[in-house]
Design a protein around this ligand. Structure first.
Ligand code: ADP
Ligand code: MG
Length: 751
């Protein structure tokens, strides 16, 4: 290793300068060089000194009249005051530092008589115009002549992510101190030369210079493009390595039973109350084949809401159990985990009573393991998992815990985990003695590029059909302010209930008097009710000018007093309830004892009550489109048509109103996901797609940079295919290792 990016800033800059930077997490030269400017200030044109407007960003050409350093009495520290003049007007320059010594470089340069360009924001102190910590270029010092000084001063001014204790200008100075003496040999480039040449990218050192000290806009743009490519390339190389390593890993082959042999899967298929769709059958065959290999399956199953992914997963799990292994099913919420356990037990009937009197001889058990299980129940579930008595273990991410042991874990199914990153999947893969097969399922159509980044280590299958005989969903926007519409809403709910159906009412908050959105509190477990609120992104008026968000408890009380719903039983469900209460609310709703369930977004994913036909969503304009689509997927799952009423406070013509209207118009999940992305920033996309944004992605934009990501993926895969351990590419190997360290750190911090 020849690069200098690993060197400590304390060594290069000295402890005093390095200290504040460490507070921003910048410890090594590489950290500082990767701390890219957030944006660039316009250097502005030369300003006449008699026209200096307060608050304006100006550049003036002037001569130094005098400069003095003094220590301040009022507060600790030293100050350098200089005065520059154009011959007629004067302008003060002020620099502060903790100690007089730190001002010496300025003092040395700002000698009386010297001419230079000074750039900064005009302020006023005791009636005098001044620039605080101006940037400047002195003729004969920083530049040979006035023309060159003008050129220096015309460069875009980098503006860094900073803090009050470490202002941008200080970062800029530190970067220049570190960057200026570097040569090509000091900088390691993870992107191989051929790849760089093919894509016309500047060298890493050139790009560092251009991004931190650009000549013009085009130069920082080119540099930024290069670093985006680099990020994508390193990420894709890491993913390619993961794929390749996983393919080399051994897994236990779990072939399906032959005809005539006792088989849970065959019994299950025979008892299934419906026929599988063509898609379910085709994907099922792929999975059956892959499970029979001695290499771990790594598959992502995308399927529209209601396309029947659970059955597909269950059939794969049964094949593994038939072959003597165990399967784990991981759900994002306790509600969904509990429902899955209930569904599996119901679907399996006596097949899920293995070892019990009356259970099938080749039957198995379904254990439920969630974070807030009572001690005794938890012990029992742990025991069943460890002994192998439970062929199927269902749980939340508590299943990732170290205490959870399996006798012979053969398959891990991760359901609805768009918030489940690469690291968590790695943790799971590490659970078995040999690598388990992995199936990840999601109903959110994942844009190609997110699939390539967040799920880039997986192969993809899709379920595009929903089972025949579904009557579909109709959606309408209901203006919240219109009492007649609201009345009509509740009478529609009543009509549905009178037909024997049930209704969901969804609100973004739990308590009316808590300011937190649901899930913001300490009680937010397992992502239970995390509404995907968009108020900061809409740009259609300050959030606090809008009516307060509706809350579950308040709305439930209101509905109990609503004449149209007289005599109905209204229940509530939210993440702050005890697990047993949650489960009982879901069970009573499923059984029809409660006809109306007021809940948070805890029911967003996977909840399956076929009798539910109507859903009212309060503050629909404040949710993300994909989330609304998921929510809406809870109704119209049986043979009766579904109705979704989107109560909105959005003013007509605003982006929020547009979003809700789009949802009312289409049920195509893919179109909605694309639209959603267009309305959001990339940080949110990754944030939603992954639990925590990878710290290695600084500049890459997952949505806009689709082509670049595809290019980087192709190049990175080729490099890794030719040289799996990257023996020929030590720089790339180091970059991947650094990225893994970052991710590991984040993962540990979150855990
Ligand atoms: P999702 O893909 O959204 O997870 P589920 O697996 O929850 O969907 O399935 C939705 C509903 O459709 C469930 O009630 C399930 O039993 C039912 N279902 C699944 N496959 C079929 C099929 N082939 N025919 C009819 N109903 C089906
Ligand atoms: Mg599901």
């Amino acid at each position: 290793m020849t690069g200098r990016e690993g060197e400590a800033l304390t060594k290069v800059l000295g402890a005093r300068s390095a200290g504040p930077l460490a507070k921003l997490g910048l410890v090594t030269v590489g950290d500082l060089l990767r701390h890219y400017p957030r944006r660039y200030g316009d250097p502005g044109t030369l300003t006449d000194m008699d026209r200096l407007a307060l608050g304006e960003h100006v550049t003036v050409m002037a001569r130094v009249a005098r400069a003095t350093v003094r220590t301040m009495r009022s507060r600790a520290g030293a100050m350098l005051s200089a005065v520059v003049t154009d011959g007629r007007h004067e302008l003060a320059l002020t620099f502060f530092a903790k100690r007089a010594g730190a001002l010496r470089p300025h003092e040395d340069k700002l000698r009386p008589g010297r001419v230079g360009l000074f750039t900064g924001v005009v302020s006023e102190y005791r009636g005098t115009r001044q620039l605080t910590h101006p940037d400047y270029v002195l003729v004969g010092v920083d530049a040979d002549d006035a023309e060159e000084a003008m050129f220096e001063a015309s460069r875009p001014i980098p503006i860094y992510p900073a803090s009050s204790s470490v202002p941008s200008w200080r970062i800029q100075r530190a970067v220049r101190t570190v960057l200026d003496p570097l040569t090509e040999a000091d900088v390691e480039d993870p992107v191989p030369d051929e790849v760089r040449a093919r894509h016309g990218l500047p060298s890493r050192l050139d790009a560092l210079r251009a991004i931190h000290h650009p000549v013009d806009q085009a130069s920082w743009q080119r540099a930024r493009h290069r670093f985006r490519f680099e990020e994508a390339f390193v990420l894709q190389a890491a993913l390619a390595q993961r794929r390749a390593h996983a393919a080399e890993q051994e897994a236990t082959a779990r072939p399906s039973r032959g005809p005539g042999e006792p088989s849970l899967l065959a019994d299950f298929d025979a008892a299934l109350p419906f026929t599988l769709t063509d898609g379910q059958r085709a994907v099922g065959e792929d999975l059956a084949h892959e499970l029979a290999q001695a290499r771990p399956m790594q598959r992502l199953l995308q399927g529209e809401v209601g396309s029947g992914k659970t059955v597909v997963a269950l059939r794969a799990m049964l094949q593994v159990v038939d072959a003597g292994g165990q399967a784990a099913l991981l759900a994002p919420t306790e509600v969904l985990a509990a429902q899955h356990a209930r569904t599996l037990r119901a679907l399996l009937g006596s097949l899920a009573e293995g070892g019990l009197l009356g259970g099938a001889a080749h039957g198995t058990r379904v254990a439920l393991l969630t974070g807030s299980l009572g001690a005794a129940a938890r012990k029992e579930a742990l025991l069943q998992a460890a002994s192998g008595e439970a062929g199927i273990v269902v749980g939340t991410h508590a299943l990732l815990g170290d205490q959870v042991q399996f006798a012979d874990l053969g398959l891990v199914v991760v359901d609805e985990q768009h918030r489940f990153g690469v690291e968590q999947r790695d943790a799971l893969r590490a659970k078995g003695r040999v690598a388990p097969h992995v199936l990840v399922m999601t109903a959110t159509p994942i844009p190609r590029t997110v699939a390539m980044t967040v799920f880039g280590d997986l192969e993809t299958s899709s379920l595009t059909q929903v089972p025949a005989g579904r009557a579909g969903i109709t959606s309408h926007v209901v203006p919240a302010g219109n009492p007649r519409w609201m009345e009509r809403t509740w009478s529609r709910v009543r009509e549905e209930v009178d037909k024997g159906h049930r209704a969901y009412v969804v609100c973004p908050r739990i308590h009316p008097d808590e300011d937190l959105p649901a899930g913001g509190g300490a009680a937010a477990k397992d992502f239970d009710d995390v509404p995907d609120l968009l108020e900061l992104m809409d740009g259609d008026g300050a959030a606090d000018e809008r009516p307060a968000l509706r809350a579950v408890l308040e709305v439930a009380d209101m509905l109990r007093e609503t004449p149209a719903l007289d005599g109905l039983d209204v229940g509530v469900l939210h993440g702050q309830m005890a697990p047993a209460d949650k489960e009982s609310a879901m069970a009573r709703f499923a059984a029809g004892e409660l006809q109306v369930l007021v809940s948070t977004t805890v029911i967003e994913v996977g909840v399956d009550v076929p009798e539910a036909t109507v859903m009212v969503v309060f503050d629909a304009d404040r949710f993300g489109l994909s989330q609304l689509h998921q929510l809406r997927g809870r109704v119209g799952r049986g043979s009766a048509p579904g109705l979704c009423l989107l109560v909105s406070t959005a003013q007509p013509g605003t982006p929020a109103a547009t979003r809700v209207e789009a949802l009312a118009e289409t049920t195509d999940g893919f179109r909605l996901a694309t639209l959603d992305l267009e309305l959001r920033s990339e940080g949110d996309v990754l944030g939603a797609a992954q639990s925590g944004r990878s710290s290695s992605l600084r500049l890459l934009r997952v949505v806009q940079d689709a082509d670049l990501i595809a290019d980087a993926r192709r190049e990175a895969t080729a490099v890794v295919d030719a040289d799996l351990e990257l023996g020929e590419h030590p720089e790339l190997r180091a970059a991947i290792a650094a990225q893994l360290d970052d991710e590991q750190e984040e993962f540990l911090e979150r855990a």
